[in-house]
Design a protein around this ligand. Sequence first.
Ligand SMILES: [Zn+2]
Length: 280
Amino acid sequence: MESLDALTSLVAGGGVVVLSGAGLSTESGIPDYRGPSGVARRHTPMTFQAFTRDPLARRRYWARSHLGWRLIGGAAPNAGHRAVAELQRAGLVDTVITQNVDGLHGAAGSTSVIELHGRLDEVTCLDCGNLTSREELDRRLREANPDFVARVAGVNPDGDVDLPDEQVAAFRPVDCGICGTGMVKPDVVFFGETVPPQRVTRCFAAVEQARSVLVLGSSLTVMSGRRFVIRAAKRGIPVAIVNQGPTRGDGHATVCVDAPLGVVLPQVAARVGAGTPLGV
Ligand SMILES: [Zn+2]
């Protein structure tokens, strides 16, 4: 495949900055609500404004999130994540910028990961700033809602279906363990919230130093990620996109590969000699 050859030679040149999105984690069982293969988004996403102003919205968020965490907390990295880590160990990939909040790049062994939209496995208190692990919060939520998951799991196969109002009403969110208020929020960037400027600056700096930018599994629908592709193109830095379906960055790309990431990335890693087990 001609595009696979072009992709391979770009990666072999080193100095690659990866920009990954939800499509990279679908093979780990995490649904991509935006992607063409994902189920249609049935909810308008929770906004930061609704979350902070409306206690009922917060209760609804935590009830749904408590179910969704069963899926995300138990997910493992797939062949695509592992190939990225192998390319990094081979010295070909420098920084990994990810729009995903699942922590799977780190779990696969990647380093220098910038988590653009934060991490779902960390929880912050908006009042006192206390940072705790989701695991700890999950333990407290399970204690406060002992049979909640078992009761509603049957009607919530993907963790993102409408919860009936009576189920939401029965859910008991927990307060911050330190200051005792109810304003605990996963340490992720909500809609209506901006990415911390320092984090964006670090991403732009990485992109500008890159020899190429490799987009993995993002339709680049939102400007939050697309701006890095636009910047690279403006600076004459080649952009390669591996995604299932067209993306809003295709016009800026020198190479587009429309194929499953878990197939393409291990092939690229093998072709450039990364990922060969030690001693072989
Ligand atoms: Zn607090």
